[in-house]
Design a protein. Sequence first.
Length: 537
Amino acid sequence: MSELKEYVVTLNKYEDLDQFYTEMETSSSGSYTPSRVVDCAVRREISRNTHYMLTDEEAGNLRIDTRVLAVELTPTALGMRPRPSYSQTSSYWSKSSLATNSHKNWGILRVFEGVQRSRWGSNDISAQTGTVTINAEGRNVDVVVIDGHFNPSHPEYAVNSDGTGGSRVNQYNWFIHNPQVTGQPAGTYVYTPYTGTDTEADNNHGAHVAGTIAGNTQGWARCANLYNLYPYSGTNPNNIDTLYIMDYVREFHRTKSINPETNRKNPTITNNSWAFGYTIPISSFISVRWRGTTYSGPFTQSQLGGYGLVYSDGTDIYTSATYPALDADVVDAIADGIIFVGAASNESAKIDVLGGTDYNNYFYSSYGIDYYHRGASPGRAGNVICVGAVSAIVNESKATFSNCGPRVDIFAPGYNVISSVNSGTVTDSRNSSYYLAKYSGTSMASPQVCGMLACALEIYPNLTQEKAIQYLLQTAKLNQMTNTSGGYQDYTDLQGAPNRYLAFRQERPVQGNAFPKVNYFVRPTSGAVYPRTRIRR
């Protein structure tokens, strides 16, 4: 006989236990039970789980039995072991604009507790004391931060919270996929320098996003694997066209190897705190088609604001831009099994959905005709999880810069969020060569969602995009943000967006798959942090 091993046999129903015991432990065998008396290793009287000594072949046969839910080796034999969740207590969960190296990402405490604390806000009592306990940390999950480059040596990305144990950042050579993506020979992807040199966004932005997703003191998924791919234009040393970005991620996901610890490929989740957008001089607007009526220019800033083009410096209008080719790539990547989280962008504007009253609004300028209430690519593409930002003030209104409207799926803390940066003025207490800073933007809200989902993917590694959205909708808290009703130029009006606040749900670790044409620029979606410059097509 082959080697006997201890297997845990789980039945679907308690009612089948007695008959199953009889078939297993006497010569009265069934269709799939062994034709021998099987030794019972452990009888668990109140459980549907019983431990039997079986051969691998016998275990395989039992799995076919319709009464049987699972037949697994013991966790020890499988190399599994329980690990403690992380628990973090701080008196400095701070919503203030001031940054110190003792402050912690207030979004974690707020989302963990699921309710607002009295008077907690940047305009009242800014710091709170509290404890969070998270029982999943994104183990065996690959997070691709599509953003500026970040230094893997930053203590926030280390294995241990004291900055030791090596880095969890994988500086993957994306250019090994050149033959499939661009048709060019394989090359070497360059990550340095980490200092900010791009006219659209410096690398501090990517470092900050990465810290919120997976930092070991400021982030959610503290055991996740971090990857980094730069989407911006400017002085990027790799000079990748933004339109190739998703193909590189798809090839990475498609060709990754099996993880020997889990016997499956790691799930891939991406954060996209960047967006396409326009800079259009007010003087160049010729006409606006608004809710079925055409209005001719010239226009004032106030007139354009009345049509929903509200984000302006008095000379130019800044508005989101869609790009169908990029959106198509994102949709295809989601079909490949990659999970996408994206920022709603920061034009204080409504993003409508197909059939909505503003979905077909467009303007005609000297640069062409463009629809302007459809949101920004890639955050609005397909069923990307589109994230708006919540303010840090007591009433928890929408952050004034955040886009809103029916296309936004969920809101998360995105104001005065502290995280890691490559360079700055507030030093990290673990190593004074590295820094922290507070940023605001939907760029800061999106990684809160991405990080929490990365934790869930440790427990539910087969989550699809659709299931991930369902998960967020099931756990979110409703009607916690103060909403107003002033329309386009009321910057705290949700304008039809769901009043849905990101909330954490403690999960019990389980085995297996338990869960059910114009001038455009690419920029990070941080609120009024970086200059916007036009890039000619």
